[in-house]
Design a protein around this ligand. Structure first.
Ligand SMILES: Cc1ncc(C[n+]2csc(CCOP(=O)(O)OP(=O)(O)O)c2C)c(N)n1
Ligand SMILES: [Mg+2]
Length: 1005
């Protein structure tokens, strides 16, 4: 029996228009197949079928208005009567109490209650050492007899009890200033330490040599020596034992190298035979082929570097979202879970960038146990100490632990273990805790006797502890980050950790091994010169087998191919699957969707008004029906889905949530209910543009990092795009990310009420500076559709190294049918939208972009009707693209003065047409001015220079002088200036339109 399908709960909306009917009588459909699409003035949503069956009767057609309960169709074999979207929500699992309650209660009951108090902070004085020892002994005996888990349980219980009794709790943000992993618990490396030490020495030498050599060539060149010198062990242990490369069996670990330690990576690649000596000689000399880039730049070394990291702070946030995106791909079933890790090398100074710590909460919340940060805590940044008066390691420990990370401190090297084990009174740890970083830095700059006096000398007991050691021995007491055993143990522990991200805080020495001129001195960061004595010292310090003459010539050292070092190094990498870093892509292209998917957008919308934002959302909805494209779309939204009318996606494709949905959403009865799902597709990032952009970069580079082509579409308030995250956008270009950035509510006057900080009049100019960013400011739905389809084709089918920035407006208007033959023009940047009839007394070329094109069209009508002036109207979809063409053609012409001069595309469009040019957009005049040089005609441009403010759209356009009235009056004035009409016509128009000539230029208001 046939059943009715009716409109489910659609919130507050009534009389919503049916804009698409996706079924017809006789169709066999499945449950949840979309049957119609409805659209309010704010969003469009598909209504799914509540059951499978055959459509019998269709009760609605396009244009009908429906509300909750309206009958849409009848279906046979369908059981439901309403397309209600009630769904199963994972009920929060009731915690199974495995405790034996009676026993537990009995135990609790025996605890004697004490009087509750508000206590003072803990005292540092030990007023009863015997009692203290009893407590410590009891703890030790629990650890020994029942293990550490039991001991932790008891401690937590005691702390809970203390809290209930009103005690001030111990400060648990940090742990003592010693290694997290005790010596007995260290995992041991199976590596040959002797050979590894030699390899490390050669890498150190070659890294320093390439910097010094470049600097010898020209003082403009050089690089950094001190940073890699401090981090060499951290990298080598990873390279020899942990980092697995991408190959045909495994996706590969991803390693973000600290930007200015690049010389170390080149030096290793040289030993591996991947780079030649002459390539090393070309360090920082990239203009002629073969040079090596200063820092990791995939754009410049596309087969080598994977991640641009040198702009401090971008590495950490991009890596966190990379780790999250990998989990997203796994949870959506798009890639296998192979236990791949993301390793991120960072400087302690770099951690001051807000972006560095800004997303660590997300990493913990998302349980990113595929993420390992290694922070090289050499205690110094560029100018001096990172925290002279404090301890950066402790500070970072507090931040990361507080956010829920697994923190592993690697502070002291093996030589300290004995001293620490002899320290029964805890005085050594007390001394370690109380010294600040400024002191620790000086200890390493000033030598063994200084350490004896200033560090151990403070307490006689500690002085005694090292009395049998020489100053040299004391000097040799190493830091954890230079001890391969400690580093290995930390990496091993990080690999085992489950359920949270790990940060390794490794204490090192900046300029390690560089002697008096380098080690721990404040100027080491920028040192790129080493004189002969320094070089000889460095060779001796690391026992590099080079003669004095070779050292003086600054030769690189590479043992023969058959040497045990080279064999070992290659063998290690072979066992770990290949070389790192290496950038490659085996992703399959995505076939661009067929033209007919976009057909609906090429037709006139008639009376119906909509914004280009809505048109875009409709296009995305249509794309979700294309089986090739659909799974690869990654809509990314920073808490603005409702603003952009995208809330229909919540139900349709779900919001990604690694834990699924543990609650019944408040709006569960509604069609666009907030649906979180482990395999959800939308990345709902919250109010977090930097995070959203980092997600976009991760998705846009999935073709190389995960060998799968994805189509990220990140929609944001255009003002909070390039302006807010400009540096990330630059890194995206360097990374060759592919995808769409959509600047919604774009233009200075479309978002009328929001005011100064919201109204964007310059994002296109910011976008135009990124060489591989292609940007458009379309006005009509068919332009948007043409651009969007071409974008998918160029990026995801042809794999061009570009990304798209498209602005979308929130102004509703009707859209005309696509004029014939304008595709090429839309894509090149301008096309003739409407030709004048040449019946007027004179003519003008009117160029309009985005929303202001409509003011141009209206102005053209007034000019024709009231002033008998004819105009050709050009829709300029991209002043930016027109300028690119202009620059190229002009350059070619200058290079070839003897040849026939080529025309720019702007010239081709306008040269043979009559009249001067009037150009206007919703952006600053500089946007349109970009094409001024590429036409021989007189050019007048209008735009929205100045701060935005809130008012009605009409008033704003009047204020910025881009409304139709100003355009008419200014056009008349321009024509008078060209002596094509009398100036009185313009004067009259200024009066008629009440244009105040005394008003200041808007930038001054
Ligand atoms: C955003 C940004 N600001 C400034 C710099 C310039 N810079 C490069 S390295 C550096 C110091 C880095 O110190 P740290 O992070 O501690 O690294 P280290 O060299 O000590 O390992 C600075 C200021 C930069 N690369 N990026
Ligand atoms: Mg540092």
């Amino acid at each position: 029996m046939a059943q009715n399908i009716s409109v489910p709960d659609i919130g507050d909306f009534k009389d919503v228009e049916v804009i698409e009917v996706l079924i017809k009588p006789g169709d066999q459909i499945n449950k949840n197949d979309p049957i119609i699409t409805i659209e309010s003035d704010k969003s469009s949503v598909e209504i799914p079928s509540p059951s499978a069956g055959e459509i019998k009767d269709l009760k609605v057609k396009i244009g009908d208005k429906v509300s909750e309960g309206s009958i849409l169709a009848t279906i046979e074999n369908g059981a439901a009567t309403s397309a209600s979207n009630k769904k199963k929500v994972n009920e929060p699992k009731k915690e199974i109490q495995i405790q034996e309650e009676s026993k537990a209660n009995a135990a609790v009951n025996t605890v004697k209650q004490v009087k509750k108090i508000f206590a003072e902070p803990a005292s540092n004085d030990d007023i009863d050492p015997v009692e203290t020892n009893e407590w410590v002994d009891s703890l030790n005996s629990v650890i020994e007899n029942d293990g550490s888990a039991r001991a932790s349980f008891l401690l937590n219980k005691v702390i809970d009890q203390a809290y209930q009794s009103g005690l001030v709790l111990p400060d648990t943000r940090t742990t003592p200033y010693i290694n997290t992993i005790p010596p007995e618990a260290q995992a041991k490396s199976s590596g040959d330490q002797n050979i590894e030490k030699k390899i490390r020495a050669y890498i150190r030498w070659n890294a320093a040599a390439m910097v010094v050599k470049a600097n010898k060539k020209s003082s403009e060149l050089g690089g950094h020596i001190g940073t890699f010198a401090s981090a060499a062990t951290l990298y080598d242990v990873g390279m020899n034992h942990f980092w697995r490369a991408k190959n045909n069996k495994f996706g590969g670990d991803l390693v973000y190298f600290q930007g200015h330690s690049a010389p170390g990576m080149y030096a290793r690649a040289f030993l591996e035979g991947r780079l030649s000596a002459s390539q090393l000689d070309g360090f920082r000399q990239e203009v002629n082929q073969g040079g090596l880039s200063s820092y990791p730049h995939p754009w410049l070394m596309p087969n080598f570097w994977q991640f641009p990291t040198v702009s401090m702070g971008l590495g950490p946030i991009m890596a966190i979202y990379q780790a999250r995106f990998l989990k997203y791909l796994i949870n959506r079933g798009l890639v296998k879970d192979e236990g791949r890790k993301i390793w991120v090398f960072l400087g302690d100074g770099e951690m001051d960038e807000p972006e560095s710590l800004g997303a660590i909460g997300l990493a913990a919340r998302e349980k990113l146990d595929n993420l390992i940060f290694v922070i090289n805590c050499n205690l110094q940044r560029l100018d001096g100490p990172v925290r002279g008066n404090g301890k950066i390691i402790q500070e970072l420990e507090g931040s990361f632990r507080g956010s829920g990370w697994n923190v592993i401190k690697v502070i002291w090297g093996t030589y300290w273990d004995q001293l620490l084990s002899k320290d029964k009174s805890g005085l050594l740890i007390k001394r370690m805790n109380e010294c600040v970083d400024g002191e620790y830095q000086a200890f390493k700059a000033k030598g063994g006797s200084y350490v004896r006096e200033k560090f151990f000398g403070k307490y006689s007991e500690l002085k005694e502890l090292v009395s049998a050691m020489t100053d040299k021995d004391i000097w040799r007491l190493n830091r954890g980050g230079h001890d391969p055993h400690k580093v290995y143990a930390a990496y091993h522990a990080a690999m085992q950790n489950k359920g949270s991200p790990t940060v390794i805080l490794a204490k090192t020495i900046k300029g390690y091994g560089m002697g008096k001129t380098g080690e721990s001195v404040n100027t080491i960061h920028q040192q790129k010169k080493l004189d002969e004595q320094d070089l000889l010292y460095y060779r001796d310090r690391f026992k590099v087998p080079l003669t004095d003459k070779q050292v003086k010539n600054i030769e690189y050292y590479r043992p023969s191919e058959n040497s045990e070092e080279i064999k070992y190094l290659k063998d290690r990498r072979l066992k770990l699957g290949g070389f790192i870093p290496e950038r490659s892509s085996f992703a399959k292209q995505i076939k661009a969707p067929s033209k007919d998917i976009f057909d609906a957008f090429m037709k006139s919308t008639g009376e119906k008004e909509m914004s280009t934002t809505m048109a875009l959302v409709r296009m995305m909805t249509a794309l979700l029906r294309d089986k090739n494209v659909s799974p690869r779309l990654v809509p990314i939204i920073p808490d603005e889905a409702r603003t952009f009318g995208m809330e229909g996606f919540f139900q349709k494709i779900g919001i990604y949530a690694h834990e699924g949905q543990k609650y019944e959403p408040v709006d569960s009865e509604q069609l666009s209910s907030y649906r979180e799902d482990k395999s959800g597709q939308v990345l709902e990032e919250g109010i977090n543009e930097s995070g959203a952009m980092s997600s976009w970069i991760a998705a846009g580079t999935a073709y190389t990092n995960h060998d799968i082509e994805m189509i990220p579409i990140y929609i944001f308030y255009s003002m909070f795009g390039f302006q807010r995250i400009g540096d990330l956008a630059w890194a995206a270009g360097d990374s060759q990310a592919r995808g769409f950035l959509i600047g919604a509510t774009a233009g200075r006057t479309t978002l009328a009420g929001e005011g100064l900080q919201h109204q964007d009049g310059h994002s296109h100019l910011l976008a135009s500076n990124i060489p591989n960013c292609i940007s458009y400011d379309p006005t009509f739905a068919y332009e948007m559709a043409t651009i969007f389809r071409e974008g998918i084709k160029r990026m995801h089918e042809k794999k061009e190294k570009v990304f798209y920035y498209i602005t979308a407006m929130n102004e509703n208007y009707s859209h005309p049918e696509k004029p014939k033959g304008c595709d090429e023009g839309i894509l090149k940047g301008m096309y003739l939208f409407k030709e004048g009839n040449n019946k007027g007394k004179t003519k003008i070329q009117m160029l309009g972009s985005g929303t202001i094109l409509r003011e141009i069209i209206a102005a053209s009508k007034i000019l024709s009707k009231e002033y008998n002036i004819d105009s050709d109207i050009w829709s300029v979809t991209s002043f930016n693209e027109l300028r690119k063409n202009g620059m190229e053609v002009e350059r070619l012409n200058l290079l070839n003065p003897n040849e026939k001069q080529k025309k720019t595309y702007v010239q081709k469009c306008l040269d043979k047409r009559d009249g001067p040019i009037i150009a206007a957009s919703d952006y600053t005049r500089a946007f349109a001015d970009q094409i001024r040089p590429y036409t021989d005609k007189t050019f007048y441009s209008f735009g929205t220079d100045g701060y935005g403010r809130s008012d009605t759209r009409k008033n704003l356009r009047k204020f910025f002088e881009v409304d139709k009235e100003h355009i008419v009056a200014y056009t008349l004035s321009a024509l008078a200036k060209e002596q094509l009409i009398e100036s009185s016509a313009a004067e009259k128009a200024f009066k008629k339109f009440k244009i105040n000539k005394d008003k200041e230029f808007p930038t001054k208001l």
